[in-house]
Design a protein around this ligand. Structure first.
Ligand SMILES: NC(=O)OP(=O)(O)O
Length: 386
């Protein structure tokens, strides 16, 4: 009997498996978008004379006739909409089960809920409070459990960020960084698993990524991922220990042998030095509303602005990402709505990366078993710089 695969954090995957998900998400996006476009004009009409409809390839139907439970004990826009729409494209049905809808946590234990829901659904995508809750769901679920956000990790967000960076690779100048890596010439198409030629996932050169803000779940998955994909990461958070990564995250970094690759400072200007990409996130996570006043004081000077990045010495063509929802104290309008911002393509890509995970983890169960080191034709992972 195959062990039930679960995914709690990108720390659970090899660099090759992470890269494989990005390639697969890109493939699913390319095959699905034509199905979502307005219907082509009927043959013989004048519009049809000018525009040939695109060739349609069916995306994977690995969730055909299957149901996925979206077990959300916290609010969500992007993760929920991405999960529901991705499940439709894979041929399945998503059941949104919010905290007001089911017995979970109020009248029934996590253990019993996991067993019951897993007996009727083929996957559980769970957004929880304390990380231990999702660990307990996974321990007792007969079907795969995927983390939709917990107190420690937010793996699906960082996958969307990576897909977005690859898609915008041309915006980052091609100068090799200290590791000496120079990107190979991009090939316009790639063969994907006997499905013919599709636009190739653009290769991404190693970037210097600066994170300015609280040490929360998105940053934690960035920390365990970016150095293994060859990127440099620089973090600024206020001096207080509560704004630094907690022990379970450092333990995973040590386990992966990348703890020395993380540069951490309390000075946001120092963090953005040499940055290709500047990232921030909420200063007040769900459940921390009572600390709002103190946090706003502690994060004074952390707002991402043109001035901060200029004074800190970010690269002239630096770009900006934020997982959303955003507050103006974290990043001003000039950056957020300006030409440096990738935030909306980043939000769109939540759908394609969640679709890839649903396909590989819920539909096929082969994410953790295979493709540890093997990538599709022509794909490469940048060499880590240390
Ligand atoms: N970024 C993110 O997780 O958004 P939601 O909370 O709206 O799902």
């Amino acid at each position: 009997m195959r062990p039930v695969p679960h995914l709690m954090s990108l720390a659970d995957l090899t660099a090759a498996q992470i890269h494989w998900i990005i390639i697969h998400a890109h493939y699913l996006k390319q095959t699905s978008l034509p199905w979502l476009a307005p219907q082509a004009a009927a043959p013989g009409t004048s519009a049809a004379l000018y525009k040939k409809p695109p060739p349609l390839r069916m995306p994977s139907q690995s969730l055909f006739n299957k149901s996925i439970a979206l077990l959300f004990s916290k609010r969500s826009t992007r993760t929920r909409v991405a999960a529901e729409t991705a499940t439709v494209l894979l041929g399945g049905r998503a059941l949104f089960l919010g905290r007001e809808d089911i017995q979970l946590g109020v009248n029934e234990s996590l253990r019993d809920s996991a067993r019951v829901i897993g007996g009727m659904c083929e996957g559980i995508f769970a957004r929880v409070g304390a990380h231990e809750e999702i660990e307990e769901l996974a321990q007792h679920s007969p079907v795969p459990v995927l983390n939709a956000l917990s107190s420690l990790w937010h793996p699906t967000q960082v996958l969307a960020d990576l897909l977005t960076l690859h898609e915008h690779a041309q915006l980052f100048s091609a100068t090799p960084n200290e590791s000496g890596f120079a990107p190979s010439a991009p090939t316009p198409t790639q063969h994907v698993r006997g499905k013919g030629k599709l636009p190739r996932l653009p290769p991404l050169r190693p970037l210097t990524v600066a994170y300015v803000g609280d040490s929360a779940n998105v940053l934690h998955d960035m920390l365990v991922t970016y150095p293994r994909l060859g990127h440099t990461i620089r973090v600024a958070s206020p001096e207080n220990e509560k704004y630094r990564a907690p022990k379970p995250v450092w333990d995973r970094l040590v386990q992966l042998g990348i703890e020395k690759d993380i540069f951490w400072t309390a000075d946001p200007r120092e963090a953005v030095h040499g940055a290709d990409l500047v990232v921030t996130d909420t200063w007040i996570s769900m459940g921390q509303e009572a600390e709002k006043e103190q946090r706003l004081k502690d994060f004074q000077g952390y707002q991402v602005t043109e001035q901060l990045c200029r004074e800190g010495g970010a690269k002239p063509d630096w770009k900006f990402m934020h997982c959303l929802p955003r507050k103006e104290h974290e990043v001003d309008d000039e950056v957020f709505y300006g030409p440096r911002s990738l935030v909306f393509p980043e939000a769109d890509n939540r759908k394609w990366t969640i679709m890839a995970l649903f396909d590989l983890l819920f539909g096929k169960w082969d994410l953790l078993e295979q493709k540890k080191d093997i990538l599709p034709d022509g794909a490469t992972i940048p060499k880590a710089s240390s």
